[in-house]
Design a protein. Structure first.
Length: 280
């Protein structure tokens, strides 16, 4: 029978699992692309108080008929309230006329193309600088190329898999979801530093025993984080669907945290085991 300890010692095949998933995520991003939130592609977000029962599809069809040259996305219809995204400039008077007898606009926000382009640029800068400074910090902490690169590769794998999940499930790239990706960078580095410190800087026990001790702490952290994000996602979906932004953040974090379990405890641990054996 294969024990858990023997599974950890047969680490080389395990490294391939997160690597393959990362490659699949890159293929998804390249082929399916990413949806952009309204604040990035420019357009209008309107909250409508409904005056009569209407389904999400019926409301979308009604607005699309009145605005034939624009892309309309009814995000949610719940508790007599609907949230609507419309790509491009929209005349609020015309939209009110289309909705006459169906609902009344209670909130209206418009984002211009220039602002949305600037937001996207700032997002790229934020992700790039976060990753660069994280990498510098890791190299300062360990001052060793292989363990430092293992931490950086694991964090990079987390982000790629999370973005691949966004592409697969249609989660839009927005300022909120980018915030979730930045949180993932910090969380990934946290678990990877925990593992690397236990493996390289502690001397008691074997490498496998130290790895198991690190896993007990790391997997407990991961389970708690995934559980809390799953609870948030379910609460939003079933109780407050108008707060779609929170559901998107929770979904990105769930995907990224699951990816972090694979990247940390399969790929990073495997690299560290290979490194410690090569030093003997």
């Amino acid at each position: 029978m294969i024990t858990f300890e023997r599974l950890l010692e047969s680490y080389k095949p395990l490294i391939a699992i997160p690597v393959v998933i990362t490659i699949i995520a890159l293929i998804l991003i390249a082929t399916m692309g990413l949806n952009q939130g309204i604040e990035l592609k420019g357009g209008t977000v309107a909250v409508v108080q409904l005056e009569k029962p209407i389904s999400q599809n019926e409301l979308q069809s009604l607005i699309s008929t009145g605005l034939p040259n624009q892309t309309v996305d009814v995000k949610s219809v719940n508790n007599n309230q609907a949230t609507i995204d419309i790509v491009g400039d929209t005349d609020v008077v015309k939209l009110s006329s289309i909705l006459k007898g169906t609902g009344t606009i209670t909130s209206y926000k418009s984002v211009g193309a220039v602002l949305s382009s600037e937001s996207l640029t700032q997002i790229y800068y934020a992700l790039a600088f976060a990753f660069i400074f994280m990498s510098i910090t890791v190299f300062i902490i360990f001052r060793n190329f292989v363990p430092s690169m293992a931490v950086i590769l694991a964090a990079l794998s987390d982000i790629i898999i999370a973005v691949g999940g966004m592409s697969l499930f249609g989660i839009p790239l927005s300022i909120a979801s980018v915030g979730a990706l930045l949180m993932l960078i910090g969380y990934s580095v946290d678990t990877d530093i925990l593992l690397t410190t236990r493996i390289l800087k502690r001397k008691e026990g074997t490498v496998t025993e130290r790895a198991i001790e690190a896993m007990k702490t790391g997997l407990t952290m991961a389970a708690a984080a995934i559980g809390s994000m799953a609870a948030l996602y379910l609460v939003v979906v079933f109780l407050i669907p108008a707060a779609q932004t929170l559901a998107d953040i929770a979904a990105v974090l769930i995907i990224g945290l699951i990816a972090d379990v694979l990247a940390t405890w399969l790929m990073n641990l495997g690299i560290l085991r290979w490194y410690t054996e090569a030093r003997k």
